[in-house]
Design a protein around this ligand. Sequence first.
Ligand code: IPE
Ligand code: IPE
Ligand code: MG
Length: 224
Amino acid sequence: MNSVKHVAIIMDGNGRWGIKYKKSRNLGHKEGLKTVEKIIKASIKNKIKYLTLFAFSTENWKRPKKEINFLFNLLENFLLNKISEFNKKSIKLKIIGKKNFSKKINDLLNKSEKKTIKNKKLLINLALNYGSKSELIHSFNNIIKNKKSINEKNISKYLFTQNIPDPDLLIRTGNTHRLSNFLLWQLAYSEIFFEKKLWPDFNEKDYNKILEKFKKIKRNYGNI
Ligand code: IPE
Ligand code: IPE
Ligand code: MG
């Protein structure tokens, strides 16, 4: 049986859910946040150490301003309301991606990371303004700046996910079969699960089913 240390999730399908049930993409994002809470709880129950959630990509800036503002308002409220609970549950928050938001959001993100830095049970990597290609460029530039050689160890060391094991599995909800510039280096040997359900409909039972399936997979890493 494989053990699960690190789960990465592309939380896709909020917009379509919102249009289908509430005639509003934004209400889909709001509903999707409830799934985030459920999956965090279920991850702790399953003793998962690392949970990496794709919340906003470097490409998502192409969306209408109204939707982007709504998303960052949701994020702001979420962090303001949840950090004390994160501390109670020993959840550490780390942002992966470039923090070039408004000063208000940047300050809140830094403060939230700082307040939870000592927590040990679950590390949540929240991917915000995250793009894998830009992360790799950032890594290469740091290698050059520090006059190090280009090798696997150094490339990994300068990624935003430094010091944590690569994801054991990736889940993408929303019935779309692509990576959308997420963790291209780190997913080299992850097991990938594409889920038909839209993110707001995804639940603990669906998650547990995927985890059980994962545990039984024979992972070869090129061997036989
Ligand atoms: C994913 O849901 C959440 C974000 C990208 C912020 P989408 O908003 O992409 O939902 P769909 O894919 O349009 O349904
Ligand atoms: C990926 O979803 C990004 C997040 C879930 C945050 P998108 O909905 O942005 O992906 P594409 O554009 O359809 O590939
Ligand atoms: Mg989408």
